[in-house]
Design a protein around this ligand. Structure first.
Ligand code: NAP
Length: 317
């Protein structure tokens, strides 16, 4: 399995992992178990996905049946916006570890550089974006405080690696000014409609590994009616032509476009056949002109933008 070596710890992060957002809660344990059986070793979860307990059940079953050991897996989770205050970072991470039934995360990411007012998990979990009255309530916790608490997670063994998600260049550079433990991974929306070339170049220069999310672009947003009417990347001529030439599926071509450049991917599928197909995206190479023709599809189409929830959340402005 191809991996990326993380700079600080030397830990190997699989280049292809499994994304847990929108994985149906009732079938999540089975899906995770099947994914491990198919060969997945990285799982990309988050408190916000509401299926950490079920994902953990799938992991436990695979370990009990002898398919893998805990140390063979790379489990990622994320800190939700309502837990950015120093004390809340530690308490929620412990709760998330309990839900998963594990005692450390391989990678823990700040999900968004957005601090929202604390919500007691006993009251509502996951807390999501809106308060009980439907309002978005900001909280004045600076990233420096949150990052300091993330570093303590590493000190105390709750996370082996820490990183950022949904951050742009200026914020990454700022975190590096005060970080005692540098972010190891940056996870961002990245697909041919949003190729993020400048951010990829910056991360590579800094030695921060990149994970692309929503590799299939609009596909992952159709079920949420958030695809903005963009044509499916799987039906675009350039992608179809390349997939026919290599006798691969359009999904495999879209994933290879990222992994061949050292960008990790975490495709999600509720379907066992498709999740196997996605994992097998590494067995061929695209020509340079094929990579470029896919990159040329860029239209800076961002599908996951909190500014559409509330204009005060315009983190990509
Ligand atoms: N950090 C963040 O803020 C953030 C935000 C978004 C996502 N993520 C992470 O990235 C992961 C992936 O992103 P995503 O969930 O937006 O979507 P995605 O993986 O780009 O696309 C998923 C969609 O593609 C379909 N699909 C999967 N494999 C396919 C194949 N081989 N052929 C045809 N269709 C296929 C799935 O349908 P079926 O399920 O029916 O197969 C689903 O509709 C998430 O699960 C999450 O872990 C992180």
């Amino acid at each position: 399995m191809s991996t990326i070596v993380l700079k600080r710890t030397g830990q190997k992060m699989p280049l292809v992992g499994f994304g847990l957002w929108k994985v149906t809660k009732s079938s999540c344990a089975d899906t995770v178990y099947e994914a491990i059986k198919a060969g997945y070793r990285l799982f990309d979860g988050a408190g916000d996905y509401g299926n950490e307990k079920e994902a953990g059940e799938g992991v436990r079953r695979a370990i009990q049946k002898g398919l893998v050991k805990r140390e063979d897996l790379f489990i990622t989770s994320k800190l939700w916006n309502t837990f950015h205050a120093r004390d809340h970072v530690k308490s929620i991470t412990k709760k998330q570890l309990e839900l998963w039934g594990i005692d450390y995360f391989d990678l823990f990411l700040v999900h968004f550089p957005i601090a929202l007012q604390y919500v007691d998990p006993a009251h509502r979990y996951p807390p999501e974006w809106f308060d009980d009255d439907g309002k978005v309530r900001l909280q004045n916790t600076p990233m420096q405080e949150t990052w300091g608490a993330m570093e303590e997670l590493v000190d105390e063994g709750h996370a082996k690696n820490i990183g950022l998600s949904n951050c742009s260049g200026a914020l990454i550079l700022d975190v590096l000014r005060y970080a005692r433990i540098e972010p190891q991974v940056l996870q961002v929306e990245l697909h041919p409609y949003l190729n993020q070339n400048a951010l990829v170049n910056l991360a590579k220069t800094l030695g921060v590994a990149i994970t692309a999310y929503s590799s299939f672009g609009p596909q992952g947003y159709v079920e949420l009616s958030m695809d903005k009417g963009a044509p499916s990347l799987m039906n675009v001529n350039a992608v179809i032509k390349i997939s026919q030439k290599h006798e691969k599926t359009p999904a495999q071509v879209l994933l290879r476009w990222a992994t061949q450049r050292g960008i990790a991917v975490v495709p999600k599928s509720n379907d066992v056949k498709r999740l196997q197909e996605n994992l097998q995206c590494d067995s061929f190479d695209l020509d340079q002109d094929e990579i470029e023709s896919i990159s040329a599809l860029n239209i800076d189409l961002r599908l996951n933008n909190p500014a559409e929830i509330d204009p005060r959340l315009a983190i990509f402005a």
